[in-house]
Design a protein around this ligand. Sequence first.
Ligand code: F6R
Length: 264
Amino acid sequence: MRVIIVKSYEDIGKEAAKIVKDLIIKKPNAVLGLATGSTPISLYKELIRIHKEEGLDFSKVITFNLDEYYGLSGGHPQSYRYFMDENLFNGINIKKENTHVPDGTIPIDKIEEYCKKYEEMIKQAGGIDLQILGIGGDGHIAFNEPGSSIYSRTRLVALDEQTIKDNSRFFEKIEDVPRFALTMGVGTILEAKEIILLANGIKKAEVVAKAIEGPITSQITASALQLHPKVTAILDEEAASKLKRKKYYKFAHQAEEKINLRIF
Ligand code: F6R
């Protein structure tokens, strides 16, 4: 895994945006996999800036979001569809019909069929070129909680107590946090051609070290990213603080900058 350690949360957004921008310039109809939560906000702000100031064109870009709370419609202010509209889509020239967020209102007896269709749509679009990920306090990627198989696919899942607690900061009270979600599986995520994992803050330090340097285990689903050939972790100093090979990662990144080539 390629690891880039930057000074601040804003720098995470800038570094990740460079990768997104290079891809869209190379492939204007790129397929992006997107995450919600606090972590990617600095990336989305930077993408909006690049669109407005440098004219980066999103008109052919297609997006698929990782997950959605089950039971919330897209108009609910805590839904992930709402989040994406507010934090990215409304600020760029993407076509709304090219953006996909799982539908949290699908009736229970239609869920299996719907999840299969979501995966089909990703395939029909040509697969995800670049997947953006955050990491949960329990090591989850998307809503793949501890115990999710490395082969798991898009499905309905029960949220872990820690996730419900962590995400209650966005709701009025903890009882309002949905208990279930639709999520891409770890297997679905690993099919992306390239992945960026973002993390900031001291609260993520321990789990980031486990995911990047620990054994591959379904108890930390982000550790499955070690199986993927093209993952870049972009971390601030705090999130990187528990990594054992910090010096090496810094050296490798400096070397990359010198020779102007990405090393995986
Ligand atoms: C959100 C998602 C989650 C978050 C994770 C970290 O779409 O898939 O896995 O990336 O819970 O959330 P934040 O960024 O709020 O710490």
